[in-house]
Design a protein around this ligand. Structure first.
Ligand SMILES: Cc1cc2nc3c(=O)[nH]c(=O)nc-3n(C[C@H](O)[C@H](O)[C@H](O)COP(=O)(O)OP(=O)(O)OC[C@H]3O[C@@H](n4cnc5c(N)ncnc54)[C@H](O)[C@@H]3O)c2cc1C
Length: 388
């Protein structure tokens, strides 16, 4: 067992740390207020090659993998969880294609994402189907060599700036997960509409969109892997593989929040001494560090598992554990860090109220905390997660 990062991983971490400090940190508060997508931050990711970490070399990326992406996302999220999401969005809408696509689709999406020339969005959730995504209603009806897609997708991260979406749609009358295909839909297609942008609590720098597809004609070659009934499988494998990276957003956020509060506690005085001298405050920090270290190990191990190809159904529990623990750690740590600042923590003059609002998203996206527990409990009952 080796707990050292490789030289490549360390270099990626250092690059992301520099971008985070120099480009992201000065812009984080403003992005939260305006809610505008920060194209300058995307450009910094693109210029440093961070958009191609999970794309294999033969499709234009560096092939550094999911652990590399987790490390980069952790650095970004120390200052701005939305920027961590921007990086994650290099993987979420490209993974279905990398997992299930044909050669042409992999070249197209892989090269586009890795070079930063195109952005994607992952469109699974609908107004009536979130956790129960296998019941989705968006339809893709065959029409000659094309499909005609109709439906509505909700809360789509990056939906307002995407050049393409991976849209999960029902291809035939089969109910449930077996009747679903995944389609690469270009957002310039007639009938593709961003019907609205959500007014949300946090992670405001990456807008989420309500997307309506009205008679959108998509050529058959855009059906991922040419498989009409594999879409749900591609979606689940994608979500499994990205779960440690959502966890990394939580780890980075928690580290950033704790570090900020610690500096504050060294300066702020009460009862004639810095509050950092109070054991009650010291123990809060000790608890934060315990949780962060545990979450970090789970996330790194989960991402490493993905890089070993261990993210199918029977391995899913480890990825769900990492996601659930790290995102819940982010909520707890950001809340405690805010508490250390007292009234000042509640004010927008400090980043902690933003971290707290941002953290709350992480327990909902890409499978809620409850859904992660469903996955973990299933693995225990089916004897996939065993401690012999
Ligand atoms: C900011 C943001 C960005 C998002 N970005 C995207 C995106 O890019 N693409 C995308 O497709 N979706 C996106 N989503 C949607 C997200 O994936 C869903 O919100 C999530 O899957 C939960 O679905 P839901 O909100 O419909 O809740 P529901 O499924 O309606 O669940 C409601 C409650 O019931 C619980 N619940 C549901 N089923 C079970 C069960 N079996 N056992 C126990 N409890 C259960 C849930 O945990 C939750 O507490 C985003 C959401 C947010 C908030």
């Amino acid at each position: 067992m080796d707990f050292q990062l490789s030289e490549e991983h360390r270099l990626i971490q250092q690059t992301a740390r520099r971008v985070a400090k120099e480009v992201i940190a000065p812009r984080a508060a403003e992005m939260d207020i305006t809610g505008e997508y920060p194209h300058d931050i995307f450009k910094a990711f693109k210029d440093t090659g961070l958009t191609g970490l999970t794309i294999p070399a033969q499709y234009g990326g560096s092939g550094a993998g999911m652990l590399a992406l987790a490390l980069a996302v952790e650095e970004a999220a120390k200052y701005c969880c939305a920027s961590g999401l921007m990086l994650l969005l290099s993987a979420l809408p490209s993974q279905p294609v990398m997992i299930g696509g044909d050669e042409r689709q992999k070249q197209w999406i892989g090269n586009g994402i890795a070079s930063g020339e195109i952005k994607g969005a992952f469109c699974l959730t609908e107004p009536n189907h979130g956790s129960d995504a296998g019941s989705l209603e968006t339809s893709a009806k065959k029409d000659g060599d094309d499909y005609i897609i109709n439906g509505e997708k909700m809360y789509i991260s990056g939906g307002t700036v995407a050049d393409y979406i991976v849209c999960f749609a029902r291809t035939n009358g089969t109910p449930g997960p077996r009747g679903i295909g995944a389609f690469i839909v270009e957002t310039k297609s007639p009938g593709f509409n961003v019907a609205g942008q959500d007014r949300k609590m946090g992670v405001r720098g990456v807008p989420t969109a309500d997307i309506v597809l009205e008679d959108v004609r998509v050529p058959r070659e855009n059906l991922v892997g040419g498989a009409e009934n594999q879409g749900f499988n591609h979606a689940m494998l994608t979500l499994n593989s990205c779960r440690p990276v959502v966890g990394a957003r939580g780890v980075g956020l928690a580290e950033g929040a704790m570090t900020y509060a610690l500096e504050f506690a060294r300066q702020r005085e009460a009862f004639g001494k810095p509050i950092a001298d109070l054991q009650a405050i010291q123990f809060m920090f000790a608890e934060m560090a315990i949780a962060i270290e545990a979450a970090r190990l789970l996330v790194y191990q989960g991402a490493w598992r993905v890089d070993q190809g261990l993210y199918s159904r029977e391995h899913a529990a480890y990825l769900s554990i990492a996601k659930a623990f790290a995102t819940e750690t982010a909520v707890k740590v950001s809340s405690d860090a805010l508490q250390v600042l007292g009234a000042q923590g509640y004010m927008m003059d400090h980043p902690l109220e933003r971290h707290y609002r941002d953290a709350r998203q992480l327990m909902i996206v890409e499978g809620t905390s409850q859904v992660q527990r469903v996955v973990i409990a299933r693995a225990l009952l089916e004897r996939e997660l065993v401690y012999p």
